[in-house]
Design a protein around this ligand. Structure first.
Ligand SMILES: O=C(O)c1cc(=O)[nH]c(=O)n1[C@@H]1O[C@H](COP(=O)(O)O)[C@@H](O)[C@H]1O
Length: 290
């Protein structure tokens, strides 16, 4: 059984739905690639990461539905990089913007509970509003994260149909027991966890905006998930408004479109970043809300 969300914090799905209503369906990825740091005149070290992340938050905090720091770029610089990540998360939270931590964690259940504590526990320095997780040790291995997310009003985005061209090898495969595709199984698990949610459930999926008709081909019922669909691939990976509308069909109101480099390349000027995010958000809204 799951506990009620922590006092004072509504479930993640409801908070995300409200944020998308207020600001549009865009998540801005905070991915401080070495090349972007250089282009922004920043050093490729913890100080550069910190400045980059805080600059993005200054530009879009309180103006977009969510930001998604990519943990890998911060981990490149060890404990000092992780300290910079903590500051960026705190700044986004202070700006009233939801934070999706993109760390794609997944492990056996007993270790998964430690990952959950790191990213989803009240008081943890790295706690975010939601965490990306990998279900490829079996969806049930994520149970500790599901439980802690629900207990604290946080959420998960479970990898389902990823934006990269290699994903089909695993995600389109059919299971021996039920004969369904792996992606369809993952979506069915999320749907079961969101069954009682009124607005939007808190257990979302990652479904790339670049996947074409893969949801239909794999028998993955996205609308039935009743939870948010994080859609990376917008911008630098080639997806735009047309792809968003085509990929998500009747599930499009659940979509949180995500763009990192597509927005970040407009930096380092804060006004230019803000304007690039506004344009991306408006385009996503037109594609998904029309
Ligand atoms: O979970 C993710 O966010 C994710 C899943 C996926 O299927 N594809 C994908 O690109 N991502 C992440 O989304 C971001 C995409 O960055 P851009 O291609 O620069 O917009 C990166 O941080 C990826 O790690």
């Amino acid at each position: 059984m799951t506990a009620a969300p922590a006092a004072g914090r509504a479930p993640f799905g409801a908070r995300l739905a409200a944020a998308m209503d207020d600001h549009g369906p865009l998540c801005v990825g905070i991915d401080p690639h070495a090349g972007l740091l250089d282009a922004w005149g920043l050093t490729d070290d913890a100080a550069g990461l910190r400045e980059f992340g805080l600059r993005v938050v200054e530009a879009v905090g309180g103006r977009v539905a969510a930001v998604k720091p990519q943990a890998a770029f911060f981990e490149r610089h060890g404990s000092r990089g992780v300290a910079a990540l903590e500051e960026v998360v705190a700044a986004a939270t202070a700006a009233g913007t939801l934070v999706v931590m993109d760390a794609k964690r997944g492990d056996i259940g007993s270790t998964m509970s430690a990952y959950a504590e790191a990213f989803l526990r009240d008081g943890s320095p790295l706690a975010a509003d939601a965490l990306t997780v990998s279900p490829y040790l079996g969806f049930g291995s994520l149970d500790p994260a599901v439980e802690l997310a629900r207990a604290t009003g946080r959420g998960l985005f479970v990898l389902c149909l990823t934006s990269n061209p290699e994903g089909h090898e695993v995600q389109h495969a059919r299971t021996l027991d039920a004969g369904a595709t792996v992606a369809a199984r993952m979506a069915a698990h999320a749907a079961a966890l969101n069954a009682d949610a009124e607005t939007l459930g808190s257990i979302g999926l990652v479904v790339g905006a670049t996947i074409g008709d893969a949801a239909a081909r794999t028998g993955t019922d996205l609308a039935a998930v009743n939870g948010p669909l994080l859609a990376p691939g917008v911008g630098a990976q080639g997806a735009g408004a047309r792809e968003l509308a085509e990929v998500f069909g009747t599930a499009r109101r659940q979509v949180l479109a995500s763009s990192s480099r597509g927005v970040l390349r407009a930096g380092p000027d804060v006004a230019a970043l803000r304007s690039a995010a506004r344009t991306a958000s408006d385009e996503a809204a037109a594609a998904l809300r029309g």
